[in-house]
Design a protein around this ligand. Sequence first.
Ligand code: PLP
Length: 397
Amino acid sequence: MKSDDDRLAIEGGPKAITMDQEDALKWPVIGRQEEEALLELLRKNEISLSDEPKKLEAEFGTYLGAKFALAEVNGTAALYAAMFAIGIGEGDEVICPSYTYWATAMPATTLGARVVFCEVDPHSLNMDPQDFKRRITTKTKAVIPVHLWGLPCEMDEITEIAREHGIKVIEDACHAHGAEYRGKKTGTLGDIGVFSFQASKNLPGGEGGMLVTNNEEYYYRAVTLGHYRRAAELPERYSRYRHTSFGFKHRMSPLHAAITRVQLRHLDERNQRRNRNIGILLDFLDSLPGFDIYHTPEYMKRVYYENDIVYREEETGLPIERLIEMLKAEGARVRRDRYPLLHQQPFFTERGSDPEDLPVTREINNRIIALPTFPNDDGSLVEQYIEAFRKVSRAFK
Ligand SMILES: Cc1ncc(COP(=O)(O)O)c(C=O)c1O
């Protein structure tokens, strides 16, 4: 017979997670340094025109090892600028995963191109390079790998396929600030890299984004698209557009740039804390059936924007919904995490996408559970989560 203490919380036993989780899970972490940086700008009256975004460009560009960096109003604008910069337009095709945020794909359609969605690998959840290859046509102009949840894509394979076919690579690194692939930072591995500084991101500025590239021409084009004042600083072939831009005003707010600059100073240390805490939990889950824990290859350094795990209920006999209910009863903040798959959204089905395509992506999307990233935890909360999983795993067949 089970002792009282042993009973699952869902059956009336005590919860495994008793700690207050607010501080351990709070994100973003905003403190005195951000307040002071903002106050300084307010006192200088620099709430629109300011060198603050340029300072962020210099610092983040150096951090990444990118020649050119352009601060943008958000990651979506940076993606649009990247696609404009490489000349995506009418009649082109752009390949990207369906399993991503809409901003990866939508700018291509706004520019008149067609989006072709490709499969993800069911373990890493990142773009499947071979499926990308299968979907290439003579119209394919660009591929957009997304380093999903902070895990770098298989960039050697992707860039090699792209090069063979004369396709440009735009990295959507909006989840992957500080991640590395073979010693290089994500965002610097393709032709252009794009970041978001939206408040939930690992490098949060509130709102904001960055385009990075080593290609001068792409940089000039991106500036000309959305930064009319700065176009004046460019060679004449671009500076003549300084009174109009190419139709957008994409500059980043200095206040958000100031927050992002402070956050950048803490990025590596905060990424490491997430990695350490999540690593402890995943090592434990790896010892249980049902959890398909992806082992990051040694040539990658991943970060965690989210902590999403593939759960295979056929291995445990415990349906995913029931698992989540039981974990929640133990006090865990856990949820199903289904992306609204892009190839099934009306915008794309009305433009020729087949909602029944991408069987691997559709299947995996139903198997994901999202756990906290433990950004500020000293390890004690993770221990209680492990206990919650240990208890719940007793219900496995
Ligand atoms: C994969 C991906 N790409 C692009 C973006 C767009 O960034 P933003 O929200 O800064 O426009 C996001 C934002 O969540 C994202 O998750």
